[in-house]
Design a protein around this ligand. Structure first.
Ligand SMILES: Nc1nc2c(ncn2[C@@H]2O[C@H](COP(=O)(O)OP(=O)(O)OP(=O)(O)O)[C@@H](O)[C@H]2O)c(=O)[nH]1
Ligand SMILES: [Mg+2]
Length: 152
């Protein structure tokens, strides 16, 4: 799950076969995730998505088969890329909803803590006033007792 302060970056790499899409994806992720190959034949056959955490960022890179792929038709690749984009949009929406829910829960929690703290402070103040009142009353009673003793 994404940490609250983490920024999320999503990248989809498209381009011609052999143009270095998978190599770029690996360079961005600082890891050899996507298979790379020669310039003439298509290496990447299907869209592949990978997420890494780098310098406090969540980076999701999607590698796609090349346009002018030697195997699939461009139409098929475009459909795949379209599906991948739609999936990323759904993921983004889901993560936005999750963040909003977490924010709401956090705010409710903070509000509850504040309310309880205020109640506690009020009760403490009332208690101190009562102690003060009682001690003043005791003092008054004591003074009256002393006066009576003196008179007698
Ligand atoms: N000179 C040079 N070669 C590169 C560069 N990036 C990738 N290559 C080489 O180009 C070839 C193809 O790289 P890939 O990353 O597999 O290319 P691709 O676009 O993913 O290819 P497909 O998956 O087949 O569509 C490999 O031999 C890489 O080593 C670059 O920036 N400069
Ligand atoms: Mg590739």
């Amino acid at each position: 799950m994404a940490c609250q302060h983490e920024r999320e970056i999503r990248i989809i790499i498209t381009g011609k076969t052999g143009s270095g899409k998978s190599s770029l994806g690996n360079a961005l992720l600082r890891k050899k995730i996507f298979k790379t190959g020669c310039l003439s034949t298509s290496i990447t056959k299907k869209c592949l998505c990978h997420t890494e955490r780098l310098n406090g960022h969540r980076i999701t890179v999607t590698d796609t088969p090349g346009l002018c792929d030697t195997n699939d038709s461009n139409a098929e690749q475009l459909v795949q890329q379209e599906q991948m984009l739609a999936k990323q949009k759904r993921d983004r929406e889901a993560s936005r909803v999750k963040e909003e829910q977490a924010k709401r829960v956090r705010e409710e929690h903070e509000e509850y803590i504040k309310k309880k703290n205020d109640e506690l402070k009020k009760a403490e103040k009332e208690l101190q006033e009562r102690i003060k009142r009682d001690s003043e009353q005791k003092k008054r009673n004591w003074n009256m007792k002393e006066k009576r003793v003196k008179i007698n």
